[in-house]
Design a protein around this ligand. Structure first.
Ligand SMILES: *Cc1c(COP(=O)(O)O)cnc(C)c1O
Length: 424
């Protein structure tokens, strides 16, 4: 597409955008009495207006029915989690038996590693990103210690080459091959939270399996952002949160994928709970845990219906917009932001920032600021931008195709230009 850094161009794009109406489905936060430029859907997505009704429905049923709501509510709570299978399976490219909505992301990663990180004397290492999200670092480190191992020996961290900002595919694949005798597990973010780099998940999975390792992904920044084909890629397991690109609310219910090849394996060790047993036997309260088939066997507790109510609405909106449509708009919208940022930095020698996100990306661009990054970020916030600052010097911005507009991107460019001039 030929882009132009002008308001009329942006407005024309919005007028022709078939996803334009979805902006109205969400509450847009205001700054200075005006709609903000909300580019933080990669951190906390916006409130879907229908979410309030969805929660109210459950509150009403609870009020009217009390415990009977488990079976008598409009959406019976007893089986509420089952409503997610057809929705989640589309978003992550999986079979329905492979996906379940449950728990929280970090907890789920732990529970999955209990099953899938089983180090032996010889094969005990975990290959991971060097600058993984802190929660993932802590999870990996503590899993390793839980097995009586030393993190500095057991964790192989992948770092970009000197002077480079992101990992090269060839370096990831080489590291897998070189350590093939010792890797037990590969655990990487599907999209790096800091740089926005999309990892070649299919290739990593293939290389990992060839090396004899189990392969899992943290999809926090991938879920609802990029195309996923977890079943086809053969990924062993994955986990995600629902409050970033999937707009399900702060700390809302998360989800997992377990590949069908593990579906019948009741030998896998796991930390079990009553909700992980087959539906028909759950209330028999019998001794001896027998897991339900597939990812359901990792459930522990009964469904957190209030957060699930929003998650369901948010997933339905996402799928109503259409995964293909979202991806097509993502390309042009983030492309437009890239175009504007490059134009600003090309036209002004005193400007010192660069985009460190590679071409393998979703919605997010990470802007590395040289010098006065934090004052720039703070001034932009005052002027109506809600973005995300990451120490030491990165501004992360994600124009989200579901509710951001081309005009948002144009206004962002205008604000960053003005702010740079004011700070000079
Ligand atoms: C957002 C995010 C988390 C957050 O974990 P919670 O358990 O949901 O608090 C973890 N890992 C990554 C990579 C993230 O981006």
């Amino acid at each position: 597409m030929e882009y132009l850094n002008s308001e009329s161009f942006a407005k024309e794009q919005d007028a022709n955008d078939k996803l334009n109406k979805f902006r109205d489905y969400f509450e847009i936060p205001h700054i200075n009495g005006e709609e903000s430029i909300y580019f933080t859907g990669n951190s906390l997505g916006l409130l879907p207006k229908k979410g309030k009704n969805a929660i109210n429905q459950e509150l009403e049923d609870w009020g009217k029915l009390g415990v009977e709501g488990h079976f008598e509510a409009k959406n019976p709570w007893y089986s509420y989690h089952e409503l997610f299978k057809p929705l989640l399976s589309q978003v992550v490219g999986a079979k329905e038996s492979e996906v379940t909505a449950l728990g929280g992301l970090t907890g789920n990663l732990h529970f999955l590693m209990v099953s899938f990180y089983r180090p032996s004397a010889k094969r005990f290492k975990i290959l991971c990103e060097g600058k993984a999200f802190p929660s993932d670092q802590y999870a990996l480190e503590s899993q390793v210690k839980f097995h009586g191992l030393n993190p500095s020996e057991a964790l192989i961290e992948l770092h970009p080459r000197d002077g480079e900002q992101h990992l090269r595919e060839e370096d990831i694949l080489k590291a897998i091959e070189e350590n093939s005798e010792e890797i037990s597990l590969i655990m990487i973010g599907g999209v790096n939270y800091y740089t926005g780099q999309v990892m070649p998940m299919g290739k990593i999975t293939r290389a990992g399996h060839k090396a004899g390792a189990i392969v899992g992904f943290d999809l926090a920044h991938a879920f609802g952002n990029i195309e996923l084909k977890l079943n086809e890629w053969g990924v062993d397991f994955a986990a995600w949160c629902s409050y970033k690109y999937l707009n399900s609310g702060p700390g809302s219910v998360a989800g997992i994928f377990v590949h069908e090849r593990h579906e019948n394996n009741s030998e896998l060790p796991r930390f079990a709970g009553w909700w992980g047993t087959p539906t028909d036997g759950r209330f028999k309260m019998e001794k001896g845990f027998k897991p339900a088939l597939g990812s359901d066997g990792w459930q522990l507790s009964n469904a957190p219906v209030l957060s699930m109510a929003i998650h369901k609405v948010a997933l339905e909106i996402h799928l109503q917009a259409g995964l293909e449509n979202l991806r097509a708009k993502q390309k042009t919208l983030t492309g437009y932001l890239e175009f504007i940022l490059k134009e600003i930095s090309n036209n002004n020698e005193s400007i010192r920032f660069e985009i460190i996100t590679p071409k393998e990306r979703g919605s997010q661009l990470s802007i590395l600021t040289h010098g006065s990054g934090k004052p720039l970020f703070d001034l932009m916030t005052k002027k109506g931008v809600i973005a995300d600052w990451r120490e030491p010097n990165v501004i992360r911005v994600a124009p989200v195709p579901l509710y951001n507009s081309y005009r948002d991107v144009f206004r962002f460019g205008k604000i960053i230009s003005e702010s740079l001039i004011e700070l000079n």
